[in-house]
Ligand binder design. Structure first.
Ligand code: ATP
Length: 226
């Protein structure tokens, strides 16, 4: 089975808009940043990677699995962190919320072990029994990340995960995401955060117009926006 994320001549049409127009990519680096103007197509590109959006034309595959044909298997490999953590919090307490992401078929002891490990990884262990809705915005985003990590995905896609956070929480979430052993695809308008990735894609009007190391790619983006 071929490894990595592959996009082959991908077009996405939503309503009467061509949102992505001919995207060819092979994503194998550990950490990949996606930048672009509002409405350029970044979220759509991110959502293609776990089959939340399907190509109108072309093909997306993850480790050889076609997102259009093998959606559930792709989503077990690719976890998704949304901008607003409240949209991802479903259960009353922190530990219950994390456990809710795990299959009911896993033995109870294994579920408890995985939840404890994931909460420790992100530094939330001491909040395990706290009401999830009382966490701060930054802690809620950590909880959303934990609920993704507990499923042991190979890839984490995060769509503007720091947009709603203050500077301190932005730094904390960014540091946690960039330190993950999993492959990371990070959509962000925060160029300081994106500078910590290994490869940056600049999206403009539905196309990838720059694809380089962070320094030159972000220079390209700044020129594009000036
Ligand atoms: N379901 C839809 N139907 C029609 N148009 C859509 C739909 N979803 C998104 N779009 C349009 O597609 C374009 C790209 O949207 P997308 O959310 O991918 O952009 P983005 O680069 O992530 O923007 P932002 O930085 O503002 O989040 C936008 O113009 C948006 O209005």
């Amino acid at each position: 089975m071929s490894s990595g994320i592959v996009l082959d001549d991908v077009h996405v049409r939503l309503g009467d808009r061509d949102v992505l127009r001919g995207v060819d990519l092979r994503l194998t680096e550990h950490r990949i940043g996606l930048v672009g103007a509002n409405g350029s197509g970044k979220s759509t590109l991110a959502r293609l990677l776990n089959g939340l959006v399907l190509p109108t034309r072309g093909r997306v595959s993850v480790d050889g699995l076609d997102t259009a044909r093998s959606g559930p298997a792709v989503r077990r490999r690719v976890g998704f962190v949304f901008t607003d953590p409240d949209a991802q919090i479903l259960m009353p307490t922190v530990a219950e919320d994390v456990e809710y992401s795990l299959p009911r078929t896993l033995p109870r002891a294994e579920r408890a072990r995985r939840v404890a490990e994931a909460l420790t990884t992100v530094g939330l262990a001491e909040h395990a029994e706290h009401p999830a809705h009382l966490l701060s915005g930054g802690q809620k985003q950590l909880l959303a990340l934990t609920s993704v990590l507990v499923t042991e995905p190979r890839v984490v896609v995060a769509d503007e995960p720091t947009t709603l956070l203050d500077l301190r929480n932005t730094r904390e979430i960014a540091a946690r995401l960039l330190a993950l052993p999993q492959q990371l695809v990070l959509v962000s308008h925060d160029l300081d955060v994106v500078a910590g990735t290994d490869r940056v894609l600049v999206v403009d009007e539905g196309r990838v117009v720059a694809d380089d190391e962070p320094g030159p790619a972000l220079d390209h983006y700044r020129r594009l926006m000036s």
